[in-house]
Write a protein that binds this ligand. Structure first.
Ligand SMILES: [Zn+2]
Length: 109
């Protein structure tokens, strides 16, 4: 399993890889594996390549591209969430789910 580090550059600093594209691939994979290849919003499991990474705080609102702001999401949830507030959108779409909400909260804090 790939270690979960804060940014792609950390894979290079830690000599886990020597190239930037590989660092980015490892980083993206590590985030998905960290969540057991599950979409954090709907809770379904997917193959690695089927999952996207969602900015919890959208880039549009200044959300950074760092581990703490990225979670695996299926394409459908990623698209539907768009620039909505993740918690309001999630509750409106799936109802209240304390386990999944806590999973996200502990990742982004
Ligand atoms: Zn989903």
């Amino acid at each position: 399993m790939t270690p979960l580090l804060p940014t792609p550059d950390h894979y290079i600093y830690n000599l886990i890889t020597m190239t930037s594209p590989e660092a980015k691939r490892m980083w993206r994979r590590a985030i998905k594996e960290h969540f057991d290849c599950q979409c954090v919003y709907c809770g379904e499991h997917y193959e690695l390549h089927e999952l996207t990474l969602d900015h919890v705080v959208p880039r549009y609102f200044g959300g950074q591209t760092i581990t703490r702001n990225l979670v695996p999401s299926c394409r459908k949830c990623n698209q539907e969430k768009g620039t909505s507030n993740w918690l309001s959108w999630m509750r409106a779409t799936f109802g209240c789910n304390p386990n999944r909400e806590q999973l996200i909260l502990s990742h982004i804090k």
